[in-house]
Structures are given as C-alpha cells and as structure tokens.
Design a binder for this molecule. Sequence first.
Ligand code: NAP
Length: 297
Amino acid sequence: MLDVMADVTRTLGGAVLMDGNRLRDEIVAQLRVEVEAAGSPPVCLATVLAGDDRPSHVYVRAKHKKAEEAGMLSRGVALPGSASQAEIEDEVGALVDDPSVHGILVQLPLPEALDPEPVLALLTPEKDVDGLTERSMGRLVRGLPGHVPCTPLGVMRLLDRYGVPTSGARAVVVGRSTLVGLPLTLLLARKGVDATVTLAHSRTPDLVETCRQADLLIAAAGSARMIGPRHVQPGATVVDVGVSRTEAGIVGDVDFDAVQAIAGAITPMPGGTGPMTIACLLQNTLVAARMQNAFPA
Ligand code: NAP
C-alpha cells in the first residue's frame, strides 16, 4: 500500500499523481538554501552540446536555467554539428582540467560522426555528474560512492517522496539501456531498497503478463504509449520514463488516460521523470563540488 502525503493531487481515476515538477522545484529551492547557507561559493556545471538537435538544445537550456535558480553557475560549450572528434575532446579535456568547473554534462546523443565513448572516457568520476562513464557505472555496480545516473536517480527520488514501498515489492523495468533501465534495476535491487526486479526488453515474451505481475512498473522503452491498462495490476505504481515524438506531439511509454484509472500512483508526462532528471543533475553537481573540496561537507 502506498503511504501517501496528505496534500497529493490525484488523477480523475483516483491515482496519486507523482508530480516531478513539484519535487524538482522543492529540490532546486533546497539546493539554493544550501548554497546560500554556505556563503554562496561558486559551484559550476558545464554542459557540452554538439550539433543542432532541437530537443537537446531545449534540455540544455532547461539545465542552465535551473542551475541558476539553485544558486549555481553554469557554463555552456556549444559546438557545430561539423565539429571533429578532436575538437570535442579538446573542449571536454579543458573543462576536466579547469578547477572552477565542478560538474560536466555531455549532452547525448552526439552527432553521428562523433564517437561518445572516448569523449565520456575523459571525464573524471568526480566531474561525471551524469554518472554515465564506465568508472561511475562500475562504482554503482560495486556499491562504491560516485555519481548515479540522473534519470534513474530521479525515479528513485520520486518513489521515495511519494512513499512508494519498494521493500518486498515486485518491480518490472521495461528497457535495458545503460542510460536508464540497467542502472535503475541496480538501484531498485540495492540492499535497503530491496525490490525484486525483473528487467524486460524487446525480446521478453509475454510482456503483458510480466508487467501485470508488477507492484511497481517502470517504462523506459521509448515506444509511444506501449503500456496500456492490460499491462497494469490494479493499484500498481506506474512510472513513465519514455519520451517519443509522434504526430500527436510528445508522448510517453504509458497510455496515461487509460492507465491512471487502474494505477495506484502514476507519473504524468510531461512533468514526471523529465524534471527529476534535471533536479538530480544539480544535486550531483553539488556533491561533485564537495568531492573536489569546493563546497563545505
Ligand atoms: P534505448 O537505448 O533505445 O533503450 C530502449 C530499451 O527499451 C531497449 O532495451 C529496448 O529493448 C527496449 N524496448 C524498446 N521497445 C520495446 C518494446 N516495444 N517492448 C519492450 N522493450 C522495448 O532508450 P533509452 O536511452 O533507455 O531511453 C528510453 C526512453 O527514455 C526514451 O524514450 C528516451 O527518450 C527516454 N528518456 C527519458 C529521460 C527523462 O528524463 N525522462 C531521460 C533519458 C531517456 P532491446 O534492448 O531489446 O532493444
């Protein structure tokens, strides 16, 4: 059973709406208080963007805006789509060497001609606030301190804030990418979180049946509205990570209107996991500054 706060919003069907915008705003405000209480030492997030993918520009702009609201500095490096591998690596290398930059986010996907792996490999674990390098991932797997990828961390924060029980819960994650599904599986299965996790993907037979077993269903497949009411156990918590651009606009993996009538709690789309990704990026940036002794412990 969901142990919900008194002041939650519910959907028309009565599900608790897990409001990512609201929680992001709370986290940003809390970060600002922390920064100001420490005397506003400069905490700086740098972003690296190559090419002119429109959604990437929108995401990066939102990250800078929220960094400012959190009382942090931000620096944006924008390269043309024609940038060479050496150019982007030089830019990232310079940010890694710059002690006034505490966190670095390389906005993915990079243009096709660029290989993201050698670029990410330049990031030190301390500055890898997106948590996507092999060293950060390795730390996550081994349970060592390090930055956790922002989208999975945002999902965990939402579950925590809305009192969704995880211990003993059967969780199903749909999507096995290293960006979302795989790290989320690790976080849910961690000691102390204690969910029993099934990681589903495009080769999972009986996806409907698998999903219907879930107390906690997290869709991170990028397949428009693929999760319908038949996938959902009555009362389950449903989290939508997917973002698909369709002729009808931007939609998630979950058919919200139909599923909200069955679910016990559900994230809206937009306004669910997306804002939480940004909030967690900023939290990671403050932690990064601490790791680099640029912010009081
Ligand atoms: P990805 O690398 O393309 O991985 C998608 C995963 O979903 C794969 O494991 C794939 O299975 C599985 N999948 C795809 N269609 C499926 C289906 N019909 N049934 C079952 N499994 C299916 O994508 P990603 O980078 O993880 O991103 C997933 C989604 O999250 C995208 O829509 C992305 O835009 C969104 N996203 C949102 C945020 C946010 O802040 N909300 C952040 C990052 C990403 P196979 O492995 O078998 O191919």
